[in-house]
Design a protein. Sequence first.
Length: 86
Amino acid sequence: MQRYLGDRTRRANSGQIIVEYVLLLIISVAISTLFIKQLTSRDPDNAGVLTAKWKQILTEIAKDNPDCSPTYRSTRGIPGACPPRP
């Protein structure tokens, strides 16, 4: 009789552990989904943090004039300084 009650309790605890694991998994997926939405939003009015920073990096790279690099100018014998950036 004692052994039977121990097995029954162990099975109930096992079921509870599975339920707790599934609930924690659902909560963690929901929280990570919210974070991803906030970080990578592509809405022009309210861009996500990563999207806005990526756009800023691309804009800065686009401003670069490859003809003004010191290596390019020295190998082609171009004298003088580059014109100022707009």
